[in-house]
Design a protein around this ligand. Structure first.
Ligand SMILES: C[S@@+](CC[C@H](N)C(=O)[O-])C[C@H]1O[C@@H](n2cnc3c(N)ncnc32)[C@H](O)[C@@H]1O
Length: 510
């Protein structure tokens, strides 16, 4: 296996010694009684050597790695420090009984290191040679598992495993990882009542140290200390000076800035208008087009003469985030509702049907199980709401929290893709009203307090659902207008109506 493939499968980015030493110095400043140091995926041994130089003979050192070629170097790294006693062994992380191992060590145990930087999905794509036994450990089910929410970093899995094995053991954990990984691990620990003590994230420049551009940190946490609090503070570097912000668990969900959230907490309320995702088709080269006069050019440059009945102008995340509201592409939507029989296209739009048949190979090969047992050429994320004349929409993928009013083009509604979220609206006035509310300073501050900008999808439906449009309208003095729009559940089923403006306490959770 070549070096780059090795990196992809084993997440192999060796830590420069200078960084390992800085981490060890930082930890030594905070911890006074380290008796055991464990590097669970020690690689060439930078952390073992750095720790041994700092903690010397007062601790015993253990290093493990799956790559046999590294073991000699790691042993040598440890031997460079005179008097350092330890044990370095070739070991697959997944095969080790960590609980049993920790129960035999002297506390305080320090877990130091840098586990693999790779996701299960990336590894599976490479042949899946370095995966734990099949485990949906975050308990994602159904749709989440199908649409990729169950994709996780291997280091996330390893850290949770270590935390579980360390329950009741006095330990400090200082691990380099993605900030998103540290956050997900803490969320899991807090939600599952694991014993985790004071926790912090200390940002590091992953580009400078590893040549990869990800948001990364030293994740520093503890077990076996009776100081459980479901918050963690982020610092710009390896110190406790100048905190950036504190995130934590609030009402069963993470918020990114506890202080800002507390100040605006009353805006965390009801979903008065239902948020929707844009359309999904999983075949951009076939289903998306540029228009050249009367001709539609698909993603592989083929020119086609098609009826316009099933073609809609399309905005994507990058368009919304950059304020480009004039669409430059079209999307072929074969259905209005998920139950629509696509075979009817054959009669109503024969050229479109011919096009679909000619590209059936790509369309039939769409892997996602959301297309199974659905009409041939079906699309997803479709319903009356998709065809609402106006929408207030936002990209899920960008840090920008700007909401856009999206209207009609060529007498048809503009649609957004599945990386975007929107509220369907009946008029321009309604869309403008909601986008103004959501872009108000109050709403933006509240949404920022929930959003983690380093996440792959900073804006999610879960975040948007929490933004109480009625409360915001009160804050900005627009309650009268809000009554009009929040009481008219545009293109939604009528059960929404009863939530509005009365008896809301009944629906409030927590
Ligand atoms: C990001 S590198 C870091 C290496 C070392 N911790 C350091 O900081 O320099 C990740 C290491 O994890 C090792 N690794 C990957 N999968 C493993 C597994 N299943 N069990 C043990 N080690 C593993 C790789 O061989 C690699 O040395």
């Amino acid at each position: 296996m070549g070096k780059s493939q090795n990196q992809a499968v084993f997440g192999d980015f060796q830590t420069p010694f200078a960084l390992a030493r800085d981490v060890a110095v930082f930890v030594a400043h905070e911890e006074c009684n380290i008796r055991t140091v464990v590097e669970p995926t020690c690689g060439l041994g930078s952390f073992l050597r750095a720790a041994a130089e700092i903690f010397g003979q007062s601790a015993t050192y253990f290093g493990f790695d799956i790559n046999r070629d590294y073991i000699g170097s790691a042993r040598a790294a440890l031997r460079e420090v005179r008097g350092a006693a330890g044990h370095v062994e070739c070991q697959d992380f997944y095969q080790k009984d960590w609980k049993n191992f920790f129960s035999q060590q002297s506390a305080t145990v320090l877990i130091l290191g840098n586990p693999p930087w790779v996701t299960n999905a990336a590894m599976e794509a490479m042949g899946g040679v370095n995966l734990p036994e099949k485990t949906n450990f975050q308990r994602h089910g159904g749709f989440a598992a199908k649409t990729g929410k169950a994709n996780f970093d291997i280091s996330e899995w390893m850290l949770i495993r270590l935390l579980e094995a360390l329950q009741g053991v006095r330990s400090a954990i200082a691990i380099l990882c993605k900030t998103a990984t540290a956050r997900k691990v803490l969320r899991h620990a807090w939600l599952n009542g694991l014993d985790v003590g004071p926790s912090s994230l200390h940002l590091i420049d992953a580009n400078a140290h590893f040549g990869v551009s990800v948001d990364a940190c030293l994740f520093y946490t503890h077990t076996g200390i009776d100081e459980a609090e479901a918050t963690a503070t982020i610092y710009p570097g390896l110190s406790f000076g100048r905190p950036l912000q504190t995130f934590g668990l609030f009402g069963g969900e993470l918020v990114s800035d506890i202080d800002a959230y507390r100040a605006l907490r009353e805006l965390d309320g009801l979903e008065y208008r239902r948020w929707r995702s844009g359309v999904k088709h999983d075949a951009a080269k076939v289903m998306e087009f540029r228009r050249e006069g009367a001709i539609f050019v698909n993603g592989v440059g083929e020119e086609h003469d098609l009826e316009t009945d099933f073609l809609y102008q399309l905005l994507k995340s990058s368009d919304l985030a950059n304020g480009r509201l004039r669409p430059s592409r079209y999307v072929l939507l074969t259905q209005h509702r998920i139950s629509d029989d696509t075979a009817l296209i054959q009669e109503s739009a024969p050229k479109t049907w011919r096009y679909l048949i000619d590209h059936a190979e790509q369309l039939d090969a769409r892997g996602s199980s959301i297309y199974a047992n659905r009409p041939r050429f079906a699309v997803f994320g479709i319903g009356d709401y998709t065809f609402a004349p106006w929408k207030v929409a936002i990209s899920g993928l960008y840090k920008s929290l700007r909401f856009q009013s999206v209207g009609m083009a060529e007498d048809k509604p503009i649609v957004v893709d599945d990386t975007c979220y929107f509220i369907p609206c009946e008029s321009k006035a309604e869309a403008t009203f909601f986008s103004d509310l959501l872009n108000s300073d109050t709403a933006q501050r509240f949404i920022s307090s929930l959003v983690f900008s380093d996440a792959k999808r900073p804006i999610t439906i879960d975040v948007l659902k929490r933004v109480d449009l009625k409360k915001i309208s009160e804050r900005v003095g627009e309650e009268a207008k809000a009554i009009k729009y929040l009481s008219s559940p545009a293109l939604e089923s009528c059960h929404q109506r009863l939530l509005v403006f009365e008896k809301e306490e009944k629906y409030r959770i927590g």
